[in-house]
Design a protein around this ligand. Sequence first.
Ligand SMILES: [Zn+2]
Length: 381
Amino acid sequence: MTTLGDVVSALEAVYPPGTAESWDAVGLVCGDRAEPVSTALFCVDVTQSTVDEAVEVGAQLLVAHHPLLLRGVTGVPADDPKGALVHRLIRTGIGLFTAHTNADAANPGVSDALAEALGLTVTGPLTPASDRELDVLTTYVPRADAEAVLAALHAAGAGTLGDYRDTAWVVDGTGRFRPVGGANPTIGALGELEQVAETRIEIVLDRRLRASVVAALRAAHPYEEVAFNLNEIAALPGDTGIGRIGELPEPEPLRVFADRVAAALPATAWGVRAAGDPERPIRRVAVCGGSGDGYLAAARRAGVDAYVTSDLRHHPAGDHLAAGGPALVDVAHWAGEWPWCGQAAGVVTTAFGGTVKALVSARRTDPWTVGATTKSGGPHK
Ligand SMILES: [Zn+2]
């Protein structure tokens, strides 16, 4: 039997909740981790329509990209539209799990699914997340105390690198000092130059542990004045982050590329629109599932031929094109993120294929329902 907790763990292994933006609200919204799951439905938005679908397909779990409850909530009364959905989910025994910006940042994530749907070969993220936030601590300890200080630093969490624990680099040397004034030296005498056999310890630490590791060093080190350097290790761009850059096998004109995008994504009332010279050759492409206004400058810096995203506005789009940026392809927000449903369903199929049926929602939750084509000959030419 596969439990809801098992499925949530499998999804969180691929979309770690710790990589979500600080303002986001991801994870299990409702549901009992101990209950069995045999069918899970994957969708972009939790709406009346997708909850209906979850009930109809007999799902015990609905996995959504967009959080249902993003802002602070103090209640879920059934006469509130979102509260009503929570009531219905709980009454029908369906858990709700969301993976939002953690699914955007993951590799593979939301934009990989979009890039793959468009036939792009991904070469890297559009805005790489830093792959590590580490400090390096260097300190000098009398040789006899080196092991005890190292043990205290390791106990405080320093020296952990990936799957390696208790790492350090040590070398023996000579420390020199002359205690003066009001010093109360552990070794040596006031006014005398002292030379001590010391061990130099270099150890890495997660930057978030900085204060507690230095406190552990001070507590374990025998000296009155503990000599140490603490330096930040420069970050390198990692292979995760928002958006992706990819390449088409062959260049094609923007108008053809826009047709490719329209054919690859589920149909919406508004369809796909593109900005820029229709004959512009497109080969290198940036994509960003969801609202991508904020990454126009990143797309321009990346030097791509086109940028595919959603929710682009008149002024930022116009300014971007005037500044010589890549052609823009604007797709419905829901359509651009929908390919992720198949990716996330694949995670569950791979983990529990024999016991959990992972279904992708067939409901269109794009809010726009009518797309009327304007006629020529109106008031503006
Ligand atoms: Zn979105």
